[in-house]
Design a binder for this molecule. Structure first.
Ligand code: UD1
Length: 470
């Protein structure tokens, strides 16, 4: 299994173009089952987007990549079942349920797979779909779903907690339901707005009222659509954390700082200097990091739970105590034990972690236990004295596009133990033709803001690879 080898202690310098948002791209790919054709630009090349494309193919869609875009032709689709393998591979495969039910009036899926962040029930997804008229029978881990009459019906749906996934499933299902749906208590994450924008561009009629509720007037059919995925706000925060911890000065391009504004005061409290532009942001790391006070994860626009782990790695270095309260997931501190192997002083109890900064971390062999926890280990390893070996990077590659190449471009000493191509061949794949194309991106044009730096990841352009390869 591939690992990252990191020699820490090198400050970062340069500019980085931020990838498209994984958490926006995944629901878009699920929703792409509904318009006849979709072109999804800035779709990141990730294990999870590969998995979503493979699910679409397993349902009969034609999916191919062209430059930074993924093209989905949903016209030939006929399947209404997602195999247990895919349901286990990616928890967010449950987002396909609303789309399959809408398209085919029936669906068979299993419960999404085992969990790394504590229990992740899907009761809110099922409640919302039932409100829209789905009949769902749970039978030994399989969900047998039908829509009497073949078409869902608009209804009032009230979510007691603003679940991101349940909101997405509801929007997708309501877009083509008969009549009006009013969704109260839905999530407000930027990825939700991106999904609504995609569906509206395909002819749906979704709007959010000033009170926050969604009003969705169901339409008869959607038309072909082109859409560009929003930049990944969590990847942006992660790279900022890398620089804060390792030192130096970096600039993020094509990011929307307003969408991760809640994380910025923490980095400023740590001593980082930030300069914001409309779609770019520069961070200058301090000589020595300070504590960040109390950080509590909350639904958007609060501090994102996905940023908790990378920010914790920053809090582990420097002076003073930072307290984290995790309110979204029950078990999201597994990275703390791995950070402790690198010398971090972190005590956890239930949903609270108390981090006492130490003057320096040291390199160590560590293992990623989940996507963002793995990113935290990279942040720490970049700052640590000596070498670190980070295992379990398949978790990291679920959400970060060529993290190693991006950091190398900023001057980090990080290598992946296996070439990407070998990994792809070795990996047993549930479906044919989904190998990720991994390329060393060429340096692009010089940036506008920082002198003497290079930009990582050039623009799109036609992909030389054959059709069918994502
Ligand atoms: C999405 C993101 C994930 C992020 C999370 C919270 C994707 C692919 N993933 O996950 O990165 O960390 O939002 O911002 O977009 N819950 C229930 N019942 C349900 C659904 C959720 O109790 O039916 C609970 C969950 O157990 C969890 C909380 O609600 O404790 C938040 O979950 P949710 O907002 O649904 O997160 P995801 O959509 O799974």
């Amino acid at each position: 299994m591939a690992e990252y080898l990191v020699a820490g202690g090198r400050p970062l310098h340069g500019c980085l173009t931020i990838q498209g948002a994984k958490n926006a791209a995944l629901p878009l790919l699920a929703a792409a089952l509904l318009p006849p054709e979709s072109r999804i630009a800035r779709c990141p090349r990730l294990r999870d987007t590969e998995a979503a494309a493979a699910i679409l193919r397993s349902l009969g869609c034609r999916v191919r990549r062209e430059g930074d875009s993924v093209l989905v032709d949903a016209r030939p689709a006929g399947g209404w079942e997602i195999s247990e393998g895919w349901m286990r591979e990616m928890r967010s495969s449950i987002i396909f349920l609303g789309a399959i039910l809408t398209r085919f009036g029936r669906a068979r899926v299993s419960y999404p797979g085992g969990c790394e962040l504590g229990p992740r029930p899907i009761d809110l997804h099922l409640m919302a779909l039932r409100r829209l008229g789905a009949v769902i029978r749970e039978d030994h881990g399989t969900l047998e779903c039908t829509v009497p009459g073949g078409r869902l019906s608009g209804a009032e749906v009230v979510l007691p907690f603003p679940s991101v996934g349940a909101t997405q499933n509801t929007l997708i299902a309501a877009a083509l339901a008969a009549g009006r749906t009013v969704l109260r208590g839905g999530a407000r994450e930027p990825e939700i707005d991106d999904l609504a924008a995609f569906l509206n561009a395909a002819g749906a009629r979704i709007r959010r009222e000033s009170g926050g509720e969604f009003v969705i007037d169901g339409v008869e059919a959607l038309h072909p659509v082109e859409h560009r995925v929003i930049p990944d706000r969590i990847a942006a925060v992660t790279y900022l954390c890398c620089c804060a911890a390792a030192g130096g000065e970096i600039e993020l391009w094509d990011c929307l700082p307003d969408q991760f504004a809640a994380a910025l005061p923490c980095l400023e409290a740590a001593g980082c200097r930030l300069r914001r532009y409309q779609d770019a942001l520069r961070l200058t790391a301090p000589e020595r990091l300070s504590a960040m006070g109390w950080i509590k994860t909350l639904p958007y626009p609060g501090f994102p739970t996905d940023a908790q782990a990378p920010v914790m790695a920053v809090a582990a270095i420097g002076s003073g105590t930072t307290v984290f309260t995790e309110t979204i997931f029950e078990s999201r501190f597994r990275h703390a034990a791995e950070l402790a192997r690198m010398g971090a002083d972190i005590r956890t109890e239930g949903r609270v972690a108390i981090v006492t900064g130490v003057p320096a971390l040291h390199g160590a062999p560590v293992v990623s236990t989940d996507l963002r926890g793995g990113a935290a280990l990279v942040v720490a390893a970049l700052a640590a004295a000596g070498e670190s070996r980070i295992g379990g990077i398949s978790h990291i590659e679920r959400g970060y596009e060529e993290l190693d190449h991006c950091l190398q471009a900023l001057g980090a000493d990080i290598t992946r133990s296996e070439p990407y191509e070998k990994e792809e061949k070795d990996r047993a794949r549930p479906a044919e033709g989904d190998a990720a194309e991994k390329k060393a991106p060429p340096p692009g044009p010089q940036p506008a803001l920082l002198p003497d730096v290079h930009r990582h990841r050039g623009g799109g352009g036609a992909d030389p690879l054959a059709d069918g390869v994502l």
